[in-house]
Design a protein around this ligand. Structure first.
Ligand code: AMP
Ligand code: MG
Length: 348
């Protein structure tokens, strides 16, 4: 299949967007930018389109997709009834990086929800994404636009690397703003529960809803105690090299990583290091990539997945990463990094 490349880095191109909308409406797939990561979209009300999404990504079919909408009125069609808490969240955070799980209506094919009775819904905060949803009929099912198991794409080129020739169109809207996937909150539980941390933090959600808890399965090392979001159980984002997170006081971490990198070099291994701007110049060995500044945590979430992809491309043998427990997005950054590391942490 020839994948159309639609350059919209300067904003929505009406003619190309019309083509994109026609592709979605006729059951095809379009990758598009959102404020979190790039999504791979198909018509959410067409079960054949979701089957194509699973196939193009190589995604297990028990891992449900998020339905993207462009206006609040669309919600009523796809959920059995809209909880009051959903309106409160939508009012505070939509359009934005928050996905809300509610009970689904019969309009949503079960292939979209991986057979679950609930559906995940989000209104993205990105003019290209919103235009595509409107143009494509109002409901776009979209997981992240990566091959299953690879880091989520934060540029259109990442999408091309994974999906060129497998989908109908890629819309290039430049680099994304946040860089980690949306926060997922489940409103089908008695107490609203975060199934995946993201840019919208636990504290921000508590400010709106009061009591909110984290899915205990997110932090469990017991493999029989699974996270509720099916996608969180996979060892996602796994780079090809072994990744270890090094935790401790900043100077101890720098010293430990520096010595581990020298040791790797002496054994003939290529070592990648993920550091913050504040520490990057403290390393004297290995390929050092600065994710961003601890003082501007969004710069770290923006660059993390791109660095993991770059280390794959460079064929590094081992990766050592600093820990990034920043105030708002830290929980999301560390959740993704821990998965990439297979929970391998070295405390110094
Ligand atoms: P992605 O868009 O690739 O980030 O994947 C969507 C995420 O949402 C995956 O982790 C899914 O498991 C999760 N998800 C989607 N629908 C549901 C649902 N109904 N219940 C729980 N988790 C869901
Ligand atoms: Mg994904």
């Amino acid at each position: 299949m020839n994948t159309i490349w639609a350059d919209m880095r300067q904003g929505v191109d009406a003619r190309l967007m019309e083509t994109a909308g026609r592709i979605i409406a006729s059951g095809g797939l379009v990758a598009f930018p959102t404020e979190t990561v790039y999504g791979l979209g198909g018509n959410a009300l067409d079960s054949d389109a979701s089957a194509k999404i699973y196939r193009a990504k190589g995604r297990p079919s028990d891992n449900p997709l998020i339905v993207h909408i462009a206006c609040l009125d669309s919600l009523e069609q796809i959920v059995s009834s809209v909880p009051e808490q959903a309106y409160m969240l939508a009012h505070s955070f939509w359009p934005g990086p928050l996905t809300i799980i509610m009970n689904r209506s019969a309009h949503v094919p079960s292939s979209v929800t991986g057979g679950l009775d609930s559906v995940a819904v989000r209104m993205p905060d990105h003019e290209i994404a919103l235009a595509l949803i409107r143009e494509g009929g109002g409901y776009i099912a979209a997981p992240s636009a990566n091959t299953s198991g690879r880091p989520s794409p934060t540029t259109a080129q990442h999408v091309r690397d994974d999906l060129d020739g497998k989908i109908d169109m890629i819309i290039d809207g430049g680099s994304v703003g946040i860089g980690v996937e949306s926060t997922i909150i489940d409103l089908t539980e008695d107490i609203p529960m975060i199934l995946r941390p993201g840019y919208i933090s636990l504290e921000m959600l508590r400010d709106v809803l009061g009591e909110v808890r984290m899915d205990p399965g997110l932090h469990s090392r017991d493999p029989s105690f699974r996270p509720k979001a099916p996608g969180m159980k996979y060892r996602h984002y796994a780079p090809k090299a072994d990744l270890t997170i090094v935790e401790g006081r900043a100077e101890d971490v720098r010293a430990a990583i520096d010595s581990l990198a020298r040791d790797a070099a002496s054994r003939g291994l290529t070592c990648g290091i993920i550091a913050a701007d504040e520490d990057a110049c403290g390393y004297h060995c290995g390929i050092v990539r600065s994710a961003g500044s601890r003082a501007r945590e969004i710069t770290i979430s923006q660059h993390l997945f791109g660095i993991l992809r770059e280390f794959d491309d460079l064929g590094v043998d081992v990766i050592y990463s600093e820990s990034f427990d920043t105030p708002q997005i830290g929980a999301a950054i560390m959740n993704r990094l821990m998965k990439a590391a297979g929970h391998h942490i070295l405390k110094v």
